[in-house]
Design a binder for this molecule. Sequence first.
Ligand code: 8OZ
Length: 357
Amino acid sequence: MTDLFSSIKVGPYTLSNRIFMAPMTRNRAPDTIPNELMKTYYTQRASSGLIISEGAQISPQAIGYPGTPGIHTEEQIAGWKTITDAIHEQGGHIFCQLWHVGRSSHPDLQPNNELPVAPSAIKPAGEVITFDGSKPFVEPRALSIDEIKETVTDYAHAAECALQAGFDGVEIHAANGYLIDQFLRNGTNQRDDNYGGSIENRTRFLLEVVDAVNAVWGASRVAVRLSPLQPFNDMKDSSPEPLFTHVVKELNQYGLAYLHVTEMGAEVPGVAGPAFDLKNLRPLFDGVYVTNAGYDKQRGNVAIAKNSCDAVAFGVPFIANPDLAQRLELDADLNEADPSSFYGGDSAGYTDYPSLG
Ligand code: 8OZ
């Protein structure tokens, strides 16, 4: 019987279980350079089948929060290398999540205090966290076609940096209202050129990024994360089911390492657009399909048994339980996560959650 504790082949790797660590922003890199504290945090979690790193910005422009690490400079590569080496010494595997926040930023965070960029100049509702606390979002600047091409090149550069940093692969962050998702969904993309309008056009930027990253890594070590019903970052689409049906069918043609679809937002039907059953996407993808959000051992095992997914990415449970895979296997009690230390701070609520004896 296949369950969360069964090994799984992902690209060229055989992973020891199907309990993946979801990508989680933790804001512990004040200078954008991965450090000793982050190394401890990730190494403590090396027994997960696969660690997906927190989003790492692909360029100075790609940043949207204080304290998030980058994957575009020599110093950042060196910092990540100490982490990937430590994970590999423990027999673990780690993918780097490639991240550009697009409009979900603020001039305070941007090089030369420039405006954040987006497919269209549409201001998100809500506030953004800057170095001086929360401020209202601003209206972003729409990217020109030349700048879109340059951004694809930035993804390729970051993919090259991730390779040098010793990661096992990369996950392209196309979810949660960041730049690629802003191109996909028509609440944020009102372009009238080849990158907007039809579903095919809105998918173009994602596929160009996938092509550029595949050219560095080979498709079998490249993954994509989607969030079709996620309203976070003021996201919506008038017709998400046909959009994401097309996206998944296109992605299916590459032979990617895996497709990661988070169900975040599905619990508030209709907010990000007409609700649909995300399980409809699963049969459209022939490769490894990873699901996420709100799963526990029982739901994860049922989902794998029913072939609704091949693996589950656990988020919050991994914050509080570095040895989550062992705890789930033993039916041990789980530590409770403290949300007040999720974002920023020091080792408290980051590396001090205990493992079993
Ligand atoms: C929460 C806070 C900051 C960033 C995402 C990268 O949702 C994030 C994120 C989540 O993908």
